[in-house]
Design a protein around this ligand. Sequence first.
Ligand code: KG4
Ligand code: ZN
Length: 333
Amino acid sequence: MNTLGIETSCDETAAAIYNDRDGLKSNIIASQKEHEIWGGVVPEIASRAHDEKIIGTVNLALDEAGLSISDIDRIAVTQGPGLVGALLVGLCFTKGLSLQRSIPFTGVNHIDAHVYANFIEHKPEYPFISLVVSGGHTQLSKVDAPFSHQLLGKTRDDAAGEAFDKTGKLLGLPYPAGPEMDRLAQKGNPKAFKFPKAMLKSGFDFSYSGLKTSVLYRLRDEHDDFIRDNLADLCASIVNAITEVLVKKIQLAVAETGIKTVLIAGGVSANSIFRRKLNELRETDGIDLYIPSPVYCTDNAAMIAITGHLMMENGTYGNLEMQPFTRYRMQHG
Ligand code: KG4
Ligand code: ZN
């Protein structure tokens, strides 16, 4: 059984094929460079670029898997959350292909798919705690059974990835700043600057807008060369402030629920310093911790294909009336 996964929720046009016996057979990501000059994703440009790239991307996924379109048994497509125009490209393409080939499809929740990316390489046991840290979401959930997610906490303002991107912009880094900040932070001192670590002790919610303001104020009165001379230390201190809160919340969730299996997901989990801290938790706290390989942390269609595969195994299919949704919806099994 071959499931074709399609992802077009933001600025990555992606296609992947997951086989229920052999696992992942291909994973193609066409990143849209068109947004770079604008310092962020422009929705209209994203929709048009998806439309231009989607057929070529699916063909590359078929080639890489050594399959033809007639070998595809079903389709999994991102239904939301995301940019509505961008989502429509993937969803309309999927409906058309489904009709033309007479094969079923399902609509996948992009945020939950980040979590199920962990099932590409591993077989985690239920129940587990999941932490999604992406560009738009930071949320901690308890998952008792497949697609039965209970929200424990989320960000009250900026997401963790947004904190990277917004503070990175203040440092003059290109969008999205997370990967570059990760690279620069390797050479810096995480204790060089003191930035706020909000809500370390209170509940499961997160808040990152204070960090952005604090970085802004710290830079405001400095001379022109200050950023250049302190870039690595600034990056290391920001990475430290963002990731320390994430680690503390994981420890809190494990302590309060008694669940020791933790799945990490989303673009920020590609961060190498965060990954190092998480690996230490395995030793210090005895946590059975799962993090996808970096390529499955950031947006990709492999996570959509495997999530759709699991949903369709559960009997959850889409239909031609299915519409995209722009904000997160909790799934229940
Ligand atoms: O999950 P994702 O690819 O897309 C969304 O669904 O949002 O996450 C993108 C976010 C961006 O904010 C980006 O800066 C961040 O993930 N990111 C990183 C790294 N790679 C991507 N943040 C820190 N370190 C990284 N290595
Ligand atoms: Zn994502």
